[in-house]
Design a protein around this ligand. Structure first.
Ligand code: CIR
Length: 260
């Protein structure tokens, strides 16, 4: 049987739109380049497909420059999908754009309703629980609403905190297998991963923490050789993807897909 925390048969992605230069970012380090972002996106999709999974590639949405970061619009669990309610006002409309695709894949689709806000980037599903990091995008009301649905579906959910100045909980951590987490030292220091095996990203390579385990592969951002070595030594098969342009919009490996 598949382990639903890292073994998947399908993924949903969305190609970057021509309007990506309007994407949100905490700090302006220059605009992303559409052509190189499309090339990196194609490499990402190819890596997912190489594991045997089906990848649904959605069309770009010019009205939503952050819509390629599909992870923030939903949470996919074995029992059903839950439509999120992003805390970034410019991203709220992305959810309705994703909903029909999820309704086509799942019989059971629930939604987070007003007044709560919650984004998929703040949610880490491990082999034993759902961790949700409160952040500037995810508030207590959003977490409480998700907790109620998760409880109904038999999952235990734990509220944790995203470090100050970090966009999402998963900006700083990733699941490597059912009980192994890749984390920055600053997030692990909060104690939220007690009981898990934790691998640390190398000092100065904090941006490598947002990776994904997808079937036999770990997809990670290229350019972090010491963290790549940590993962290789731990036995993971790595694929490095150019994340230069997504990083300009605070995006990374997990943001680019919904996996189920
Ligand atoms: C945003 O600020 O919402 C986007 N520019 C980046 C979203 C990244 N998503 C994620 O980490 N799950």
């Amino acid at each position: 049987m598949k382990n639903p925390s890292f073994e998947f048969s399908r993924a949903i992605t969305r190609r970057p739109a021509s309007t990506i230069a309007n994407g949100l970012r905490a700090e302006d380090i220059g605009n992303p380049d559409l052509d190189s972002m499309l090339a990196a996106h194609a490499a990402y999709v190819a890596a997912l497909r190489s594991t045997g999974a089906e990848v649904i590639e959605l069309e770009p949405l010019d009205a939503f420059p952050d819509a390629q970061f599909v992870e923030d619009t939903a949470l996919c669990l074995p029992q059903g999908a839950i439509l999120m309610r992003p805390g970034a006002p410019s991203r709220l409309g992305e959810v309705a754009e994703m909903a029909p695709t999820l309704r086509g894949c799942y019989e059971n689709v629930r939604e987070i309703k007003s007044p709560g806000h919650i984004e998929g980037g703040d949610i880490l599903v491990t082999g034993s629980e759902i961790l949700v990091g409160r952040s500037d995008r995810t508030d207590a009301a959003g977490v409480a609403e998700l907790a109620a649905i998760a409880a109904e579906w038999g999952h235990s959910l734990r509220e944790v905190f995203t470090p100050e100045g970090v966009l999402h909980f998963k900006t700083d951590c990733s699941l490597m297998d059912a009980e192994t987490i890749l984390s920055t030292k600053r997030l692990d220091a909060s104690g939220c991963f007690e009981g898990y095996r934790v691998l640390h990203v190398a000092e100065g390579e904090e941006a490598a923490a947002n990776a994904i385990r997808f079937n036999n592969l770990v997809l990670m951002a290229a350019g972090f050789p010491r963290t790549a070595e940590v993962l290789s030594k731990a036995g993971y098969e790595i694929v490095e993807i150019d994340n230069t342009d997504c990083a300009k919009l605070d995006g990374g490996m997990s943001c680019l897909s919904l996996r189920f």
